[in-house]
Design a protein. Structure first.
Length: 309
């Protein structure tokens, strides 16, 4: 692998994948985007990334309909929705060589385990994106909060490799940090994803500003966070009061933001109900943690998604 100019593939060029891929491409990295939708538009017009009333463009962009057209890479960044995990082996196989690093930026729990079924554990990294990003149209990405990216090894991945990947993102202008524990970072991310993705749907298709302006919904969001904290504690990860409070404070600064699960729900796409809500619930209850608020929300979301279909 050449760390001076690694060949990078983005698998899942939606909001998150396109945003980070464009940051890297803008830094003159060799980035190849696999696109399941919007290919023709991006092929002709490239990407536009909007942030703070400013824009930058990546054009031409290296985009492909098939991962086989990309070929073996040094780094593969997986930004697919967890609902597409059944396609991972088929999509990633043409991109892999003996020392390929696979970095998953997916939401929820269980994603790294899916990849570990066919990629050596020591070549897998996990990333947690604490950002607000939407793809408003094919090739057009809006960032409402740059936030942070945390990257950690899965099992046995050399820490120097994590540090090298972190450095690549940092040089591209991403606030990226090396996390010592992937599991701890995953549970931290759930403290935002579960209440705000879930309540946005359960509350009738509402944006985050409506949630934080409603005392009953803030109370429910806090109850969900406390249950996640209890489960994380049993797993060996302590989350502070200040961290939970920060989730509410950061959300107040987002404005009328539509979380990704809400967008998927409203647009008739599959919602990551199992990865974001179901798997944390099952793991927490299996460890003996009572999670009644999350169980109620999980059941309601399953019902709403099923009725929509």
């Amino acid at each position: 692998m050449s760390w001076d100019n690694p060949k990078i593939a983005i698998v899942g060029s939606g909001a998150v994948g396109s945003y980070y891929g464009c940051k890297l491409a803008r830094d003159n990295r060799d980035v190849h985007f696999h696109m399941r939708s919007g290919y023709e538009t991006v092929k002709q017009q490239g990407f536009e990334v909007r942030q703070d009333a400013e824009s930058y463009y990546v054009h031409p962009a290296q985009v492909y309909r098939s991962t086989a057209q990309i070929g073996p890479c040094d780094v593969v960044i997986v930004a697919l929705k967890a609902t597409a995990n059944g396609m991972l082996r088929e999509l990633l196989s043409p991109l892999l060589k003996e020392d390929t690093l696979v970095l998953t930026l997916q939401n929820g729990l269980g994603n790294v385990e899916k990849i570990a079924a066919f990629v050596p554990a020591e070549q897998i990294l996990g990333g947690l994106c604490f950002v607000c990003i939407n793809r408003v149209r094919p090739g057009i990405i809006e960032n409402y909060l740059p936030g942070q990216l945390f990257i950690a090894a899965y099992r046995g991945a050399p820490e120097d490799r994590v540090a090298q990947i972190v450095a690549i993102f940092q040089r591209a202008g991403v606030d990226c940090q090396h996390s010592s524990s992937l599991d701890a970072s995953l549970w931290k991310k759930l403290c935002w994803n579960i209440p705000f993705n879930g309540l946005a749907i359960a509350g009738g298709g509402i944006t985050t500003d409506v949630i934080v302006d409603s005392d009953p919904l803030v109370e429910m969001a806090r109850a969900l966070m406390e249950e996640i904290r209890a489960a994380a504690r049993v797993m060996g990860h302590e989350l502070s009061d200040g961290f939970l409070q920060k989730q509410l404070e950061v959300t107040r600064g987002m404005g009328a933001y539509r979380p990704s699960s809400l967008i998927d729900y409203l647009e008739g796409r599959e919602v990551e109900v199992e990865a974001i809500f179901g798997e944390p619930l099952r793991r927490g209850e299996a460890a003996g943690v009572a999670m009644p608020t999350l169980r109620s929300l999980y059941c309601l979301l399953r019902h709403l998604v099923r009725c929509r279909e």
